[in-house]
Write a protein that binds this ligand. Structure first.
Ligand code: ASP
Length: 344
């Protein structure tokens, strides 16, 4: 059997950071530093190559241009590798995982994103274990010799999560990610226990197709008690805006004041696509349940069901990036494209 061939794409993040001797704050460092700190990697009998961002970044600086860079690195090496491990800062990891899941159409190989809460050079680092486990998952195959994971996933500490279902839930703890509306894909213990029935399978064996155009004309609108008409109208009048992810209350509820509903309805009439997601940690939008949710669907707001806000935002970037009209975008929001939402 050939040795698994894995490509590591190092974008930055805490995993590779070291302390600046003057300011004592953490800053990204190059890949050699990172890999020199994990001699155990050599024990995995894999062929590993790497690509790195120049310079590596704190993921607060992640943006669609860099998602394109990651996607291009995967596409250019797709045929030659069994799997890909993306090392990434935790702060925007869920956005990157979501964006890549849409951009990499017909994906059949694992794209495992990981990082760490403590730099890899620290004694108690979680980075070493995360990196090694991510490599093992990227190399794992099923009984038919097919890649076990055929989607974009986040590996962090004890779990493997679907990328476009994940959210960063902790700035302090090692188990920093969770997907609140979808169970874990694998549990990491003495073994890596995959839940095959939860893994995405793309049965039409089409070649990988990458969507490189992402439209940045999207934004969040977070509702809060006391929001004024001036604020709302100002946000909805953002020049060039095409898609808005509205973070509403509970099961998709919003104020029913006339001025609020009218402002939303006016925006919809101007062809702005508004997707309703919940501010709750889990569960989703059910606009049927309350009158306050009903008013939003009557105003033309699209239910995001149980999609994460990260996936909703990047899905809008992806759909508008394809040059679709508002009506076409709305249609695709009612479908699960790659397991991002619990609708078929
Ligand atoms: N600020 C860092 C980043 O996202 C945090 C981390 O990696 O955990 O790049």
């Amino acid at each position: 059997m050939a040795r698994p061939k894995i490509m590591i794409i190092y974008t930055g993040g805490t995993i590779g950071m070291i302390e600046n001797p003057v300011t004592h704050s953490l800053q990204p460092f190059d890949f050699t530093h990172l890999i020199d700190n994990v001699p155990k990697i050599k024990k995995l009998d894999y062929e590993i190559n790497n690509i790195q961002f120049h310079p590596p970044i704190d993921s607060a600086n992640m943006d669609p241009e860099r998602w394109v860079e990651i996607a291009r690195s995967i596409a250019d090496n797709y045929a030659d590798y069994d799997g890909f491990v993306v090392l990434h800062g935790t702060d925007t990891m869920a956005y990157t995982a979501s964006a890549l899941s849409f951009m990499l159409e017909n994906l059949h190989k694992p794209v495992i994103i990981t990082g760490s809460q403590l730099p890899i050079g620290e004694v108690r680092t979680d980075g070493e274990e995360n990196l090694i486990t991510a490599l093992q998952i990227a190399a794992a195959t099923d009984i038919d010799g097919e890649p076990m994971v055929q989607e974009v996933a986040i590996l962090f500490e004890d779990y493997l999560w679907r990328g476009n279902r994940s959210t960063k839930i902790s700035a302090d703890y090692f188990n920093a990610f969770k997907s609140n509306n979808y169970p874990y894909l694998a549990k990491i213990g003495l073994d890596i226990q995959f839940h095959k029935e939860r893994l995405l399978r793309n049965h039409a064996h089409r070649p990988l197709k990458v969507q490189y155009n992402l439209d940045r004309n999207v934004m969040f609108l977070t509702l809060f008690p006391g929001i004024t008409e001036t604020t709302l109208r100002h946000l909805l009048a953002t020049p060039g805006i095409k898609g808005i992810v509205m973070k509403s209350f509970g099961a998709g509820n919003a104020p029913t004041d006339r001025w609020f509903v009218d402002a939303i309805h006016d925006a919809v009439k101007r062809e702005i696509v508004i997707v309703n997601v919940t501010q709750c940690v889990n569960g989703g939008v059910n606009s049927e349940r309350y009158m306050t949710g009903n008013a939003m669907s009557a105003a033309g707001v699209i239910s995001g069901n149980d999609i994460t806000s990260e996936a909703a935002l990047t899905k809008l970037m992806y759909l508008f990036g394809m040059g679709l009209t508002a009506d076409e975008v709305k249609k695709y929001l009612n479908f699960s494209l790659c397991g991002e939402v619990s609708i078929s």
